[in-house]
Structure formats: structure tokens, C-alpha cells
Design a binder for this molecule. Sequence first.
Ligand code: HAS
Length: 563
Amino acid sequence: MNAISKKLMEFEMERGMPAGEIGLKEAKLGFAYVSFSLVALLIGGLCGLLQTLVRTGVIPEIAGVGYYELLTAHGLMLAIVFTTLFIFGLLFSFLGQSFGRFEEFPRRLGWVGFWLMIIGVLLVTWMVLAGEASVLYTFYAPLKAHPVFYIGLVIFVVGTWVSSAAMFRMYADYKREHKGIHPPLQAYMSIMTALLWVIATLGVAATILFQLLPLSLGWTDKVGIELSRTLFWYFGHPLVYFWLLPAYIVWYTVIPKVVGGKIFSDALARMSFLLFLLFSFPVGFHHQLLEPGISAFWKYIQVVLTFLVIIPSLMTAFSMFATFELAGRRQGATGLFGWIKKMPYRDVRFLAPFVGMLFFIPAGAGGVVNASHQLNIVVHNTLWVTGHFHITVGAAVALTFFGTAYWLVPLLRGRTLTKRINTIGIMQTATWTIGMLFMSTAMHISGLLGNPRRTGPAAYFKDSLVADWIPYHVAMAIGGTILFISILLFLFAMFQLAFRTPKGITEFPVAETEEAAMQTPLFFENWKLWIFVTFALIAFAYTVPIWHMIDNAPPGAPGWKLW
Ligand code: HAS
């Protein structure tokens, strides 16, 4: 046993709790977040199904609710609400596992954050369903939604900051009481994820508070589009890592335990998370490569930095392969690929995240295509990009969250995962995989055929090119239908795990680190330094281009309501 594992074990004994148990109050908090995230999954999934059917022409508008309203609700509910609530529930659970009982103050903060997020979601949903905010999940300027939509978003973000503050407080308390030792890996990674979120949301908060809300309230009559989009993408790219990092926490710390192995290297895992903090921000321009108001030089700089943020994912891939191979060899596997046969494919806790990893291989390659300026010209604003994000967040991340929920929900509810629910989980993973393959393949191919994204049914004067896209829309509708069936299966399983399956203790699967792994250097804990470097990189990548945008600002555009 290495020094870190020893310290961790001492800590477990010191806090007087058997490993794997998490306190009742902590479990309640975690379950509140997770259960509301599942409601968002249901609504967002339903809107996704309906918008693909409307877009394909299978059904007309439903009760006056059109394509753009459905697409906005689908994007917001799944990309923002489902992910964020699930992630905060998961992070609180990781901290519950790492730190034991929470102090009264941070736990209350966790609840305040939760309710603020719910209030924000209700306001946003109300506006979208009332047809006052069909601005899609990117709410790009100069589209203008109702002020209540932006106020809802602000309350939601403030809620996440309060919840993050609760986590930072717990971490600081732990560090004060345990000088000189590393906080557990899951806690370190959770704090890194929350920190990334807080720094990222500063950008979106700025554009909402200083540009979009004043425009919507009529306090200003014009908005600077380039600046608003830049602030959005300053947030939007780290947002994708905010989705990815909790999945990586599961890959690094939970999956090794489930496959009967160990964490390949604690130091490597911390290093990859640190690199995400440093390089997630100064790269937003790769979403704006085709926008004219940014000079080629600054786009080039941010593309180079984008290639640096690929490195921690490659480190993760390496670490996962090493974990699987070592676990397989311990179980008697021989040869280069013998380990593949030894993996527990019949265990949904493994299968779902593993299929997510497989999806992430082409998804990552697609990201590299997107980030390459010349290729971006071909794919930008086409359904290729929609295909890319369905196999990143919609497959790699979502499947990992599904696999996690099969042990997390019973753990938080004091119940157990039964064989029957595990089988349902396997069926659900299979349906999600098939549905996603149909949908994302069709999106990628028809994107290459020029099919635009964010566009309702359009005949373009019956052009033959448009006719070429139709079969792909049918494939997307088939895929979307299978995906919705998968969501129903998942929610059925979650209901059983939360309220029906036998009571008992579910293990919190956390692996130990390999004995041979190197000691984790203490400099990973030098938060002041890393936060300083993060802001220095942000300042380097954004100061001059943002100054140019303000200095050379055109008069701005009036707000538009196009629906
Ligand atoms: Fe992306 C657009 C570039 C990763 C999500 N991306 C988007 C949008 C979303 C999104 C939502 O450069 C659309 C936003 C919008 O609405 O406009 N993306 C990248 C790059 C990466 C990347 C370089 N994206 C993600 C992740 C996302 C996500 C992760 C969500 C979770 N993306 C772009 C660009 C655009 C873009 C441009 C703008 C396009 C445009 O023009 O609009 C990289 O981070 C990817 C690195 C990943 C890898 C893969 C590593 C593989 C692993 C799996 C190992 C497998 C194992 C199993 C171990 C290098 C870790 C093995 C077992 C066996 C048996 C084989």
C-alpha cells in the first residue's frame, strides 16, 4: 500500500465510518439534485423526440409549439439542466464519500444552491413553454428573449455558485485539519470541476447581465454581437469539460474498482485535471473560427491551445487502457488483448461507461477535425457539429452518468441494485447505443452533405441537394425514437432503485491506487499558483481580441424576436 492509500485509510478510520457509507443528510442532498436532474431528462428527452419528428415532417407542430421552441427546451433541459443538476448531485456524493459528514453550514449552502437552481429552471422553462424564449441553448445575440428568461438563467447560475462555495468550504476545512496530506482523489477532482465551472460562468454572467438583460428590458437598444458570442464561448468551451470531468472522475476512480483493478496513477489523474483547468478557457475561439470580427492571429493562438487541451484526454485514454490491462492480467489474461475478455460486460456499472469510452474515440477525433481551421470551414454550422456533441456529451458523458446512477441512486436511497434492474440497465445501454449510432451517424454524414444545423424544415425551392438530406432525417427520427425508449427504461429502473428494490447498503465503489504508482507531488495542491496561471492564460488569449472588439465596435444590432 502506498503512502496516499495509507493516509486515506487512516482518515476513513478516524472519521469512524465504514468505507462506502455516506451520511443520511449528505445522501438526501445528493438525491435531491439527482432526482430533479431525472425530471429534466424526461422533459428534455421528450422535446428531443418531438423536435426530430417535427423536423422530419412525421408530425406537424404540436398545439402551436414549433420546432424552435422544442429545440430550445430540448437543448436547455438536457445540456444545461440535466447535466448540471446530476453533476452537482454527483460531486456532493463524492465529497460525502471523501469527507464523511458535512458541517451544518456547507450543507445548508448546498440546499440554498439547490433551491436557487430549481427556481431558475422553473422561470426559464416557463418562458420557453410560453413561446417567449425560442433562442436555443446558446441564446445567441441578437436574438432577444423575455427578461424573465435571463433572470431565470442568472438565478440558476447564482445557485451553482452557492453550491460550489459549499464545496470549497468543505475542502478548505479538510485541508486545514489535514496539513501536508493530499485530500482524496475524488475530492480533488470534484473541487477542480466546481472551480472550472465557477470561472467559466463569469463569462456567461457578464454577457447576460451587461448585454442581454439590459437589451431585453429595453434599457439599451443595441447589442454587440461579437462581444456577446465571445463571452458566451469563453463559457461554452469549459462547459463541455464541466460535463466531461465528472465522467472522468468515474472513469479514473470508480471503473478500476468495478473491473477488479486499481487506479493506474493518482498523480497522472490529478495532473490531467489540472491541465483541464489551465487549458479549458483560452480556446473559445475554436467555436468562432468563421466569424469575421476576430483576427486570424488570435484564432491561430487559440487553436494551438485547443490542441493542448486534447492532451489530458489522451492521458486519460492511456490511463484507462493501463488500468484495464493490469486488471485483466491479474485475472489471468495473457497476450496483448487478452484483457478485453476479462472485463465485466454484464455489469451495467461497467458496461454503460465502457460503451461511453468507445463512443469517445470517434468523438474526440471529430473534435480534432472541428478544431482544424480548414476542416472547420466544411463542418461549421452543419449537422456534423450536432453529431459531434451527441457522441461526446450525449454518449460518452450520458452513458457514464447512466452507469453511475445504477449504483448511486440505490446508495443514496439505502437500497440495492438487483439482478433484474441490472438486466434492464444492460437493455437500456444497448438501446441508447443503437439509437445514438443511428442518429449521430446520420448527423455526421448529412452535415458533410451541407445540411445546416439549427434549421427547421426547409425545402429550399425543392433543390435536389435538400432531397439528399431526407433519408438522414428519417434515420435521425428512428434514432431519436429508440433513444426515447431508452430514457423510459432508464427512468423506470431509477424509480425502482429509488423506491422499490430491497433495502440494504450499496458499496460506493472507489478504487485504491496501484502500489507501484509514483508518489503524488504536493505542488498539485498549490491552488493560488494554478488559479493565477489560469487567469494569466485567459488574459493572454482574450485581452487583445476583446479590446479590439470594444475599440472597433460597430454600432451594434437591435434585438430580434424571429419566432
Ligand atoms: Fe467539442 C463543438 C472541438 C471535446 C461538446 N463540442 C462542440 C459543441 C459541443 C461540444 C456541445 O474545435 C457544439 C457547441 C455548439 O452548440 O455550437 N471538442 C473539440 C475538441 C475536443 C472536444 C478538440 N466537445 C468535446 C467534449 C464535449 C464536446 C468532451 C462534451 C462533453 N468541439 C470542438 C470544436 C467545436 C466543437 C472546434 C466547434 C465546431 C463548430 O464549428 O461549431 C477534445 O477535447 C476531444 C479530445 C478527446 C480525445 C478522445 C480520447 C479518448 C478517450 C476514450 C478512451 C477509450 C477507452 C476504451 C479507454 C482525444 C479518453 C478502450 C477500449 C477498447 C476495447 C478499444
